[in-house]
Write a protein that binds this ligand. Structure first.
Ligand code: NAD
Ligand code: TYD
Length: 368
């Protein structure tokens, strides 16, 4: 039995990863450490909360004493580090928490992993570690900055982050690299493109647009809406992470992309059209939106995001050729399934939009 520490496992990608891992790895115990910030939600994990191989711990990754204790108590073998402040717009409003959580939190985890796994020193003075351990950092393609009309990010592309969010993720990514080089800690870094799928918090493009369409609220398109993202289904991302965790070569970085470049405006158009069609064909519990009112007049061009990256696109060659990973979802299947999930999970959407969400929305969008 191997023990895997997942941080941020109550968030969007983390909760999908916890559930996929409990299904795929019957011989793993999973310890989920999550502070339950606005983005963390135990409802995402309802299906597995009583699973005998799953433990949830509410706590902060910057709490070094807690993290060290968890390593001891659960004798952690693997770390998959998701916990982060993850939204670019919030990082423009308040960068400080991004520095604390994303950079300092990563350092706390690295130190705990190093201390717990170290077995001695080699002839050159480098630490040695017990067999079969790995620290995996979930980074982002945003560390590369943005691309012009052509080209793709490879693992060798220089790092030029543009937002406080991506700068904090870059600092964390480089800290992980440094522990691999200076201490020979067995690490991997994955850099993935924009994820979509079930359980994504409605501050991000796809669930925010879905949520607004259902309320017949304006759809806030930043700038000209021609910014391009490379969309990766969250389940494909989880498989990519597991592949790197089990088969990645120590010290290496792997890009994970979906080969699905779309302009934001295409996504908004697709959501409008799909929701209108679905609501015309079928009644969904808890939804009484009139599909006849879902039309282009909802699209609203608003002030652009500061420092807005124009285009991201990932070259998947390394993970595909070296580890045999290929994303399985086409965007058409994935977005259809995602929209259907949101239409069938109004209770979840209502729950996450209660509380602070309305204040957040007011603050961010009333001035746009
Ligand atoms: P999310 O915002 O949905 O979830 C983040 C989780 O981390 C939440 O459960 C939150 O409670 C927890 N958390 C925050 N601060 C914490 C702290 N101090 N201690 C413990 N837990 C804390 O994020 P997500 O979209 O699931 O992203 C997960 C990871 O993947 C992040 O590291 C993000 O940078 C990276 N990533 C995300 C995307 C994407 O498209 N969503 C793309 C590339 C990389
Ligand atoms: P987002 O989901 O925040 O992810 P990221 O900034 O990490 O790529 O945004 C995706 C794209 O959608 C990005 O170009 C910004 C744009 N966007 C809007 O046009 N309107 C919105 O309300 C949001 C949240 C995003």
């Amino acid at each position: 039995m191997k023990t895997l520490l997942v941080t941020g496992g109550a968030g969007f990608i983390g909760s999908n990863f916890v559930k996929e891992s409990l299904r795929a790895f019957p011989d793993f115990k999973i310890v989920n450490l999550d502070a339950l910030t606005y983005a963390g939600n135990l409802e995402n994990l309802k299906d597995v909360e009583d699973h005998p191989q799953y433990v949830f711990i509410k706590g902060d990754i910057t709490d070094a004493a807690l993290v060290e204790r968890l390593f001891e108590e659960h004798d952690i073998d693997y770390v998959v580090h998701f916990a982060a402040e993850s939204h670019v717009d919030r990082s423009i409003e308040d960068p400080g928490i991004f520095v604390k959580t994303n950079i300092m939190g990563t350092q706390v985890l690295l130190d705990a992993a190093k201390a717990h796994w170290e077995t001695g020193k080699d002839d050159l003075g480098y630490p040695t570690y017990r067999e079969g351990v790995k620290y995996l950092q979930v980074s982002t393609d945003e560390v590369y900055g943005d691309l012009g009309k052509t080209g793709l990010f490879t693992e060798k592309t220089s790092l030029k982050p543009n937002s406080p969010y991506s700068a904090s993720k870059t600092a964390a990514d480089l800290l992980v690299r440094s522990y691999g080089k200076t201490f020979k800690l067995p690490i991997n870094i994955t850099r993935c493109s924009n994820n979509y799928g079930a359980y994504q918090f409605p501050e991000k493009l796809i669930p925010l647009m879905l949520s607004n369409v259902l309320d017949l609220k304006p759809l806030p398109i930043y700038g000209d809406g021609m910014q391009v993202r490379d969309w990766l289904h969250v389940k494909d991302h989880c498989i990519g992470i597991a592949t790197v965790l089990l088969h990645g070569k120590d010290g290496e970085v792997y890009n994970i992309g979906g080969n699905n470049e779309k302009a934001n405006i295409e996504i908004v158009d697709l959501i409008l059209e799909t929701v209108r069609k679905k609501l015309t064909e079928k009644k969904y519990s808890g939804i009484d939106t009139d599909p006849a009112k879902i039309d282009d007049s909802l699209k609203t061009y608003v002030e652009d995001r500061l420092g807005h990256d124009r285009r991201y696109a990932i070259d998947n060659t390394k993970i595909t050729t070296e580890l045999g990973f290929v994303p399985t979802y086409t965007f058409e299947e994935g977005i259809e399934e995602t929209i259907e999930w949101y239409l069938n999970n109004q209770d979840w959407l209502d729950q996450v939009r209660s509380g602070d969400y309305q204040d957040y929305y007011e603050k961010m969008y009333s001035k746009k």
